[in-house]
Design a protein around this ligand. Structure first.
Ligand SMILES: [Zn+2]
Ligand SMILES: [Zn+2]
Length: 172
């Protein structure tokens, strides 16, 4: 969904949208939607800036880092974003950007892409590391079985060729 600034009455408006599972292309293969996501927000022009705020709710599946099992994770994310058009951004004084200016996003000056906001916010909400349990045994690197549910008979020593070389030295 794109919001055309020209269509905003009095320079502001409200929006809401629902994204069905599978409707959002997330650029993180560990993550997909477990339920539809809902976004509700406000958009407001303020001088050269456009301020977009709102919240996103729903549920995600995020894969366990070790065994790749999808873990249902609630999402409830507030956001507030400042946009300026590309030309207005370039017109900012050429001194070092203040911390506030570094948080400014650039848009084409015509419309705000809500899909992009939602995707970005979802990925920001995903923790760098997530485990189904602290002692998740992960997947066997040899046969690919989930070691939490199946005991495979593979050699469990995670041998490193460098150590093997040392061992054979000792045996001489
Ligand atoms: Zn796991
Ligand atoms: Zn195995």
């Amino acid at each position: 969904m794109r919001i055309e600034l020209a269509n905003l009455e009095g320079g502001k408006g409200e929006f809401s949208a629902t994204y069905e599972t599978g409707q959002l292309e997330l650029e993180d293969e560990r993550v997909r939607l477990a339920t539809p996501l809902t976004v509700n927000g406000q958009i407001k022009r303020s001088g050269a800036e456009v301020i977009v705020s709102g919240n996103i709710t729903g549920k995600l599946f995020i894969n366990c880092d070790r065994c790749l099992k999808p873990l249902e994770t609630p999402l409830n994310n507030q956001f507030e974003l400042d946009y300026v058009s590309g030309s207005d951004y370039e017109a900012l004084p050429d001194t070092e950007l203040t911390e506030e200016q570094m948080l400014i996003s650039v848009f084409d000056g015509v419309a705000i892409d809500v899909d992009e906001i939602v995707k970005e916010q979802v990925l920001l909400a995903v923790p760098a590391r997530i485990l189904c349990s602290d002692d998740c045994k992960g997947i066997c690197p040899t046969c690919g079985l989930d070691r939490n549910t199946t005991d495979c008979n593979c050699e469990t020593s995670t041998s490193d060729p460098r150590w093997d070389a040392l061992k054979s030295l000792k045996q001489r």
